[in-house]
Design a protein around this ligand. Structure first.
Ligand SMILES: [Fe+2]
Ligand SMILES: [Fe+2]
Length: 132
């Protein structure tokens, strides 16, 4: 199962951002595949952890980019990152502590990540940098 397939809509036009986003989407799809094919909880948990680590690194890189370009919307964008990360961490804590995962919850979080961060906030940042 592919939860997310890459589309034009998610392309920001900034090569580094797009590459990082594609790697994150790959991890999400690996996780979906692991869950669908009943791979071990350890595998799913590790993949989720890898996704969280890579997301942290990516958010940090994006935030440094905002600072370097004196991006006027940086504060809101950073707040969005913090919120998304918090939601994924909360999901992981629940997942690690229980036998059944509320994957719909994760789906909702990831959907909001695509919609609000990549397709809106990141696109705006890439446009701002390209215009500068
Ligand atoms: Fe991003
Ligand atoms: Fe972002």
């Amino acid at each position: 199962m592919k939860w997310i397939s890459w589309s034009e809509k998610q392309t920001t036009g900034h090569v580094d951002l797009d590459d990082a986003h594609k790697e994150l989407v790959d991890l999400i799809n690996q996780l979906a595949d692991g869950m669908e094919n009943n791979k071990s909880k350890e595998f799913c948990s590790n993949t989720l952890e890898q996704f969280i680590d890579q997301t942290r690194t990516h958010f940090l890189a994006e935030e440094q980019l905002m600072d370097r370009h004196r991006y006027p919307e940086a504060e809101e964008h950073k707040a969005l990152h913090a919120m998304l990360l918090e939601d994924v961490l909360a999901f992981k804590a629940t997942y690690d502590a229980s036998d059944t995962a509320q994957f719909m919850t994760l789906l909702v979080i990831l959907d909001s990540w695509l919609d609000r961060d990549i397709e809106a906030a990141d696109k705006a940042l890439a446009d701002f940098i390209a215009a500068g």
